[in-house]
Design a protein around this ligand. Sequence first.
Ligand code: SAH
Ligand code: SF4
Ligand code: F3S
Length: 442
Amino acid sequence: MKSYHLTTFGCQMNEHDSERMKGMLESLGYGEAGSREEADLILFNTCSIRESADSRLVGHLGEAKRLKGEDPSRVVGVGGCWSQSMKERVFQQFPFVDVAFGPGQVHRLAEFLTSDSLTAQGFFEFEGFTGHLPMKRTREFQGWVQISVGCNCACAYCIVPSTRGREVSRPADELVAEVARLAADGVREVTLLGQNVNSYGRDLPKGQKVTFAELLAMVDAVEGIERVRYTSPHPKDMREAVIRAHAELPSVCEHIHLPLQSGSSRVLKAMRRTYDRGRYMDRVQMIREIVPDCAITTDIIVGFPGETEAEFDETLEVVEEVRYDSAFTFVFSPRRGTTAADLADPIPHSVKRPRMERLVEAVQRIAAERSQRFVGRSMEVLVEGPSRTDPARLRGRIRHNKTVNFAPDAARPAKPGELVEVEIVSATSTTLAGEELISTVA
Ligand code: SAH
Ligand code: SF4
Ligand code: F3S
């Protein structure tokens, strides 16, 4: 039997694509190897969102080159966003690569592996969803569902529109059927994936149009699905109906990831985000009114070209006003082919770094304060497995997406995939600690 080794970089979309890649390879008779040395096929599913992602990959490719040198019958394949963004150069710069393909061409890997072709090949059209391929899930009770691919936005800093193409939605009936299959297979939590999930459905043909809020209701209605999450929505498309879904649909979790990027309307405009600080805060206020206990998380970029100290301070102000439950913070990284990469006035590292430190301090302080509201409450936890630090304890997540480590009910310890009630006894910025309440297994 032939074997493969796959390394995944990047976002949940890539992790999901990798599950499809694995499913496809196993249907071709490949087995998963424990290490690259043991594999006949060395694969990378790559990301290019920031420069650090690129440099990490180049290190890994060095090892693949060495292994290929030792055994030239090995096949080296590179898929994903980096591959797509390097399509003109990948074979010149990395001549040991046999097959390269973009995120829309995962299925072509099978074609390549089953053909007699000995020459290197690249596949970079935008077509097809990995959602049609077989899937090998890494998490038994949690599943990803890709509702759309691509992005029609033009955020000045972002490489994704060029690596994943125009936005295409999958028909709602197909998605509901997929969720039902997952549920039948034991999945209790689904995460709907798209670059801009709440613009879902606008490109569907007349008569088949379904809005994102309607899709949430259709997924909520699937028997056996206890929790529905999604990522990421775009603030410009965040409609009241979607926010109401969090209050009204039992499975839609009390967590919204609402990427801010910057608190300055001037910078947001330069980023081409198409909303300003006021409109963003209106969305936040609507969330707070309709779903008072909702966790709100975000993404923030520090040091966009031309960002002044006063504009950065506006980002800090928004962080203080919104009071995020957590935030991913990124230093601006110029990406090939994006408009921001060519903007004048790049911010030097010596300025970006202290801004980042101030931002992280605020984010962590507020997250720790926000976490305290769970202490003393009984929270529903979806059990994921043993705690990473103490095998006598269990780990899971609350609906607000915070991780909880807890002491199980000694008489009947809960199993992964079960929903239990846990009393929260303490909280840090990232994790909660608690004790399982007796016989609450659902
Ligand atoms: N489509 C999603 C995710 C985009 S990538 C969305 O719009 O929310 C995830 C995050 O990476 C972005 O939200 C942004 O904060 C960050 N990011 C993207 N490009 C970047 C760049 N060139 N430099 C720094 N951070 C970047
Ligand atoms: Fe990138 Fe903006 Fe599209 Fe998100 S919405 S993927 S940040 S272009
Ligand atoms: Fe995801 Fe990275 Fe592509 S974040 S969409 S894998 S560039």
